[in-house]
Design a protein around this ligand. Structure first.
Ligand code: EPZ
Length: 420
C-alpha cells in the first residue's frame, strides 16, 4: 500500500491550477446514460473515482474513452441495454448510486447494490428512493440491493427532508424523461447541481431553478448527446487555500470560481488570512497577519462545506486561541481528530462539536487517512509538524485529488509517495 511521507515544509509559495470538479463530473457522467448518444466531457480530473464511474458505464454497455492527458472523456451510451449496475463497482464508490435515476428513466427498471456507508456516516439513500416512489416507481429492497421499476415515470412534487446533494441529482436526472412536471422542494443548492442542470439542458432537458431550493423539471420525450466542460473543483481549491494559510505562505490559485468558495474565503479572512480575487486568479496569503481562532459550522451550500471541515480544523490547531467546529451534515466526520491529536493537537469532541485549542506544537507521527478529506487534512498538518509524518491509506486521497503531491511539490511542499 502506498504512503505519503510529509515533512515540515515552511511557507508554500507559487501558483496552482485547480482541476475539474470531482463532484460535478461524477453525476454528469451518470447523466450521459439519459442521452443514448455520444457526449464529450472536458476539464475532467484524473481521479480514481472518475475511472470507476467510466468502468461502471462500460459495464452497462456504453463505450467510454478516457483521455486524461487532455482531460477529456468521450462516452457513447446508445448501446446501453442492461439495467443492473455491477455490485463490485457500486460498493467501491458511493457515487455509483447516481446511475440509478438515469437507468430507471431510460430502461424502466434498475437494480443497484446498496452503496456501502463509509467512515463519515451511514449515508442512506431513503431520500433518493422517496423521490423515485413519488414519481410512480415501485421499490423492492433486498438484503444488500434495491430494485426500482416504472414503465414511465410521472412528474411529481418531491419534498426532501434534508437538501441531499445526491438525492437532488438522482431525482432531477430521472425527472428529465418523466411524463409531466416534477418539482423538488428543499433541493440542494450546490454549484455541482447547477453544473449538472446545465449539462442536462444542453442535452435538451427542461430544468429550471437549479442552485435554488426549488427545482422544476418538465419531462421531455428524449435527450441527445452534447459537449460540456466541467466546473472547477471548489473543494480542491479550498484545500489549497488552507494550505497557504496553514503554512503561512502565499499561493495564487488558477481556475477557481470565487463565488463557489465564498464561505471558505470568509472564514480564512476571519482568521487573518488575506484572500484577493484578481484577474490572475485567487491569491491567498497566510503571511500577512498572525492567524487567530474562529468558529465553523458546516451547512449545505452556500454554508461552510462539510468537505472542508477537516482541512480547516488542521489550520485551527495552528492559530492563536480556541476554536469551535460543529459538523451538522454527517454524523461521524471527526475521524481525523484522533489522528491530529496523535500529532500533538489538542482537540476535544463533545457530541457534534469539537473544541480546538490552538498553537500546540505539532509533531510528525504515523497516521491514517480515514477518508478523502481527512487525508488531505493530515497532509496539511504534516507541513507544520516537526519531523516526518507518515500517512497511510492514501488511496482515499488519490480518489479525489488529481496529481496532489505533484501540485504540492511545485509550490515547495516536502511530500513524497512511497510504496509500503
Ligand atoms: C455529496 O455526497 C458529495 N459527494 C460529498 O462529497 C459531500 O460531502 C456531500 O454531498 C455533502 O455536501 C458527491 O457529490 C459525489 P448528501 P452525498 O446526500 O450526495 C443524509 C467528498 O468528500 N442523507 O448531501 O452522498 C446523509 O446521510 C464527498 O467529495 C440521507 O439521510 O451527500 C448525510 O448525512 C464526501 N438520506 C446528509 O444527508 C439520503 O437519501 C448529506 O448527504 C441521502 C442523504
Amino acid at each position: 500500500m502506498a504512503k505519503y511521507i510529509v515533512e515540515n515544509s515552511g511557507p508554500l509559495r507559487g501558483e496552482v491550477i485547480i482541476s475539474g470538479s470531482k463532484n460535478a463530473v461524477l453525476p454528469i457522467l451518470a447523466a450521459s446514460i439519459l442521452a443514448g448518444d455520444a457526449c464529450e466531457i472536458s476539464d475532467v480530473p484524473n481521479l480514481l473515482d472518475v475511472d470507476v464511474m467510466c468502468k461502471l458505464l462500460r459495464s452497462l454497455g456504453a463505450s467510454v474513452e478516457e483521455d486524461y492527458e487532455n482531460e477529456i472523456v468521450n462516452v457513447d451510451t446508445k448501446d446501453i441495454t442492461t439495467w443492473e449496475a455491477p455490485r463490485d463497482l457500486v460498493t467501491r464508490m458511493r457515487a455509483s448510486i447516481l446511475v440509478m435515476g438515469p437507468i430507471l428513466a431510460r430502461q424502466g427498471k434498475v437494480k443497484v447494490s446498496l452503496p456501502g456507508g463509509c467512515s463519515i456516516g451511514l449515508r442512506p439513500i431513503d431520500l433518493h428512493l422517496k423521490g423515485f416512489q413519488s414519481m410512480g416507481a415501485e421499490i423492492e429492497k433486498g438484503p444488500d440491493y434495491v430494485v426500482a421499476r416504472a414503465d414511465k415515470l410521472k412528474g411529481a412534487k418531491v419534498y426532501l427532508d434534508f437538501p441531499s446533494v445526491g438525492a437532488t441529482e438522482n431525482i432531477m436526472m430521472a425527472a428529465t424523461l418523466a411524463e409531466g412536471v416534477t418539482v423538488i422542494e428543499n433541493a440542494a443548492e450546490e454549484p455541482e447541481i447547477v453544473d449538472l442542470a446545465n449539462f442536462l439542458n444542453k442535452m435538451g432537458a427542461k430544468v429550471k431553478g437549479a442552485g435554488t431550493n426549488m427545482i422544476r423539471i418538465e419531462g421531455v420525450p428524449a435527450l441527445k448527446g452534447t459537449r460540456h466542460a466541467v466546473i472547477p473543483d471548489r473543494i480542491e481549491a479550498g484545500t489549497f487555500m488552507v494550505a497557504a494559510a496553514i503554512t503561512r505562505g502565499d499561493l495564487l490559485l488558477k481556475n477557481v470560481v470565487p463565488d463557489h468558495v465564498k464561505s471558505i474565503s470568509a472564514k480564512l479572512m476571519e482568521c487573518g488570512a488575506v484572500v484577493e480575487d484578481n484577474e490572475d486568479g485567487l491569491r491567498v496569503r497566510g503571511d500577512v497577519n498572525p492567524l487567530i481562532a474562529t468558529d465553523i459550522r458546516t451547512l449545505p451550500y452556500p454554508g461552510f462545506p462539510t468537505d472542508m471541515q477537516s482541512q480547516f480544523m488542521a489550520l485551527l490547531t495552528t492559530v492563536e486561541g480556541t476554536s469551535m467546529v460543529v459538523e451538522t451534515v454527517f454524523e461521524n466526520r471527526y475521524m481525523h481528530i484522533g489522528e491530529l491529536n496523535r500529532m500533538g493537537a489538542d482537540i476535544k469532541i463533545d457530541g457534534r462539536s469539537a473544541v480546538i485549542v490552538g498553537q500546540r506544537p505539532l509533531m510528525g507521527a504515523p497516521v491514517i487517512a480515514t477518508d478523502l478529506r481527512a487525508g488531505a487534512a493530515l497532509v496539511l498538518a504534516g507541513f507544520r509538524a516537526e519531523g516526518e509524518t507518515e500517512i497511510s491509506e492514501i488511496y482515499h486521497i488519490e480518489r479525489g485529488y488529481s496529481s496532489f503531491e505533484k501540485k504540492l511539490i511545485s509550490i515547495g511542499a516536502k511530500i513524497r509517495r512511497v510504496e509500503d
